[in-house]
Design a protein around this ligand. Structure first.
Ligand code: SF4
Length: 171
């Protein structure tokens, strides 16, 4: 009960700060802590690691699939390849998504129950204001998704970076 109150309090304060135009803070750790136990109970085949396209290298040789996003060949020009391999070794699905809308469609099409995701402060704030987030998960259509998330280092749609070690730790 205390955990739930702490979580809902963090969400409320985050939204209020947004409405007041104050700089967002790291809400991810509160969300991760709250969903972690349920997330760990999920079957890995029902969980996807979904990275944003802004992390791929400017000379990325991957093709794009309308169904699965950027088809990383693990060339290792960027860190996505290593995460792709680590996700596959552990039994997770892996995708690189070009947009939030695409990510939501992936959740539906792949019947996901959990997501390890990476997003910038702008998208996190937008998601928190527009999606229904409850104790059961983040609502995407009829599904309640248990998430574990990490913030990107910047709000930059072309050349971004992330703490890759944090993603590996979540895997
Ligand atoms: S590791 Fe994957 S995503 Fe990164 S540049 Fe190579 S093919 Fe593209």
């Amino acid at each position: 009960m205390l955990k739930k109150l702490k979580f809902l309090g963090s969400l409320y304060i985050y939204k209020l700060r947004g409405l007041l135009g104050l700089k967002p803070y790291d809400i991810m750790s509160a969300i991760n802590d709250y969903y972690r136990d349920d997330f760990l109970k999920l079957e890995k085949k029902d969980v996807a690691v979904i990275l944003p396209h802004c992390l791929i290298h400017s000379r990325c040789p991957a093709k794009f699939s309308k169904a699965d996003g950027v088809l990383c060949t693990r060339c290792n020009l960027c860190g996505c390849g290593e995460i792709n391999s680590a996700a596959a070794e552990r039994g997770y699905q892996f995708y690189i998504s070009p947009s939030v809308g695409f990510t939501k469609r992936l959740v539906r099409r792949k019947n996901l129950c959990g997501v390890i995701g990476v997003a910038c402060d702008y998208e996190i704030e937008r998601g928190i204001h527009s999606e229904r987030i409850s104790g059961n998960g983040v609502s995407i259509d009829q599904r309640k998704i248990k998430t574990q998330g990490i913030r990107l280092q910047a709000y930059d749609c072309i050349h971004n970076d992330v703490d890759w070690e944090k993603i590996k730790a979540l895997l």
